[in-house]
Design a protein around this ligand. Structure first.
Ligand code: AGP
Length: 609
């Protein structure tokens, strides 16, 4: 989710590029850089940290020129450092990139075998090296770039500048956005609309598999194969703040709808469909004998803790290793039994949560192995762990965690598959089925997101309630907890999640005509039992909102609302079921007028105990 900005025209490129990147600061980043072309030479400035550092660098060492590109990096491969910051140069070619190159390791090995040396740990540098390699073999700039993008696998958008060509910038994309701003005698390239709104509202959107030659006087769009593409410009009416949210009213809505892409990015490079396996080289590198692990502890806080409750089901189902789940704030005070045959998995979106970091330190000091699942490269928790499995959700701006949660569940599914194969508990045949279900999941999430209009109506009917009860069973009980937390956090309504089977041991006393009861009811082996729990609620006047993949007349008789989700492998049902609950919490919060992205009393990362 990096920020990209390119400019070609008559003005000073560096100022326009830095201002454009500043408009993209909401995307989050940990390093920045810029390059401009003057007198046949591209010059680069890069730094770690915020744009202020880059501006200071430019004051000390200004960049001239009316053509250039700039980048703010959200690290996915390689820690935040000047060497890993973009732009990346190879010979005459300078590249900036957003996304993940899935096959960069094999491309890098092939280039190294030709004697090429690399300056960074990034997948991006492979792109500049490939283009320069082709130019050194005699291909012109455009053809060298075209040949290169056809070799890249994964989700990417790139902008390329060449020492030898002051007449144009090249842009190309697959899954991550590229927008071209159309000016008079000047043109702009960006990863998002806010970066160019100060200059123009006429834009062209590149589609997947397309390249653009952007010169001062025009833009030529083709497919990667060189087929011309005719595309009419669009006029943007958004104000800059709305544009930062991708046209959504809140970052939370944007991040809920980004989940399919976030899951795809978290799977990229890790799926081995034919072998029914997943590739986690970051875990191979630990050199651990996984069959020596006799117990796994999962620890986290808040929403991340809910992902651990689901992770327990996934890990025990696929590895048959006993798994315990602890609140991080409780873990180190209960004298946990730790040792070299114990694996602690610490889950954290920010990687800075104090309680979770303290649990990691406790486990490390007791000789246990620690694996982090984290969304921020090089944060404190991954740095203190033995190894890390990064989620690639991109920056999560809204305090309430959504895409981080579903990518944590994706990471647990990948990890369980990996460990299940490593310890010999999962055979290739079953692995192939599980992998296929995961690969298909983002499209089912996309389909579930289309329920948002129905859920908006439901939120207006029940948004005035003072209490909610969420019920779920088995692997979906944690989703009842997560749905309740989402509602509490952003609408300030008191909400509880409970195991459906436990309801008659107390919470049933809460049931009356004022109490909305959200029941998670996938057609799994526990469906009949949960349906009878639901009838107990209905008999006492509870206002039932049922989520199911198996709508039926019987269900319609007892439920006030039925929200349907697509059918899916029961191990993946939690990821689908949480989507309507996120949308419900969001719509109710909007209905009640609370501060959706910055709820009262809450912080995005709780760095104190
Ligand atoms: C979730 O919506 C909350 N923002 C909060 O519970 C959060 O999940 C918790 O503080 C853990 O944060 P972390 O994932 O950054 O460690």
């Amino acid at each position: 989710m990096c920020g990209i900005m390119g400019y070609i025209g008559e003005q000073e490129a560096s100022r326009i590029i830095v201002d454009g990147l500043r408009r993209l600061e909401y995307r989050g980043y940990d390093s920045a850089g810029i390059a401009t072309l003057v007198d046949g030479q591209v010059d680069i400035r890069r730094c770690v940290g915020k744009l202020d550092n880059l501006e200071k660098l430019l004051r000390d060492r200004p960049l001239q020129g009316a053509i250039g590109l700039g980048h703010t990096r959200w690290a996915t491969h390689g820690r935040p450092s000047e060497e890993n910051a973009h732009p990346h140069r190879a010979g005459k070619v300078v590249v900036i990139h957003n996304g993940i190159i899935e096959n960069y390791l094999e491309l890098k090995a092939a280039l190294e075998s030709k004697g090429r040396t690399f300056q960074s740990e990034t997948d991006t540098e492979v792109i500049s090296q490939l283009i320069d390699e082709r130019m050194s073999e005699g291909l012109p700039f455009l053809e060298a770039a075209r040949a290169t993008v056809k070799q890249l696998h994964g989700s990417f958008s790139i902008v390329v500048l060449c020492d030898d060509d002051k007449t144009r910038l090249l842009a190309a994309k697959t899954a991550t956005p590229i927008v071209i701003g159309l000016g008079k005698g000047e043109n702009f390239i960006a990863s998002d609309i806010p970066a160019i709104l100060d200059h123009t509202r006429e834009v062209l959107f590149l589609e997947d598999g397309e390249m653009a030659e952007v010169s001062r006087d025009g833009v030529k769009v083709t497919t990667f194969d060189g087929e011309p593409v005719e595309r009419a410009p669009k006029h943007i009416t958004w104000d800059p703040v709305t544009a930062q949210k991708g046209g959504y009213k809140h970052f939370l809505a944007k991040e809920i709808h980004e989940q399919p892409q976030a899951m795809i990015d978290t799977m990229l490079g890790r799926i081995r469909q034919e072998e029914g396996d997943v590739a986690l080289p970051e875990l191979d590198a630990l050199g651990l004998d996984w069959s020596g692990i006799k117990r796994i502890y999962l620890t986290a806080c808040g929403t991340a803790w809910h992902s651990c409750l689901v992770g327990k089901f996934l890990l025990e189902e696929m590895t048959r290793i006993p798994v315990d789940v602890d609140y991080a704030s409780e873990f180190r005070y209960r004298q946990p039994i730790l040792g070299p045959d114990v694996l602690l998995i610490a889950v954290s979106q920010s990687g800075e949560t104090a309680d979770t970091l303290a649990a990691v330190e406790e486990a490390r000091s007791a000789g246990a192995k620690v694996l982090a699942i984290c969304n921020v490269v090089d944060a404190s928790i991954p740095r203190r762990a033995n190894g890390v499995l990064y989620t690639h959700a991109g920056p999560e701006i809204s305090v309430a965690s959504t895409k981080a949660f579903t990518t944590q569940l994706t990471a647990f599914y990948l990890l369980s598959l990996y460990l299940g194969r490593q310890v010999g508990r999962l055979d290739e045949h079953r692995g192939r089925g599980l992998v296929a279900d995961l690969v298909n999941l983002p499209s089912l999430v996309q389909e579930t997101l289309t329920r948002s209009k129905q859920i908006e109506k439901i939120s207006k009917k029940y948004g005035h309630a003072s209490d909610f009860l969420y019920l779920g069973r088995g692997i979906n009980y944690p989703i009842a907890l997560e749905g309740a937390l989402k509602l509490k956090e952003i609408s300030y309504i008191h909400a509880e999640g409970y195991p459906a089977g436990e309801m008659k041991h107390g919470p049933i006393a809460l049931i009356d005509e004022q109490l909305p009861v959200v029941v998670l009811l996938p057609k799994d082996p526990m469906y009949p039992k949960t349906l009878s729990n639901l009838k107990e609620v209905e008999a006492r006047g509870g206002r039932i909102i049922a989520l199911t993949d198996a709508p039926s007349p019987e269900l319609d008789e007892v439920a006030w609302e039925v929200i349907t989700i697509p059918q899916v492998n029961h191990l993946l049902a939690p990821i689908l079921l949480v989507i309507p609950l996120q949308l419900l919490a969001y719509s109710i919060a909007v209905y009640r007028g609370s501060d959706v992205d910055q709820p009262r009393n809450l912080a995005k990362s709780v760095t104190v105990e």
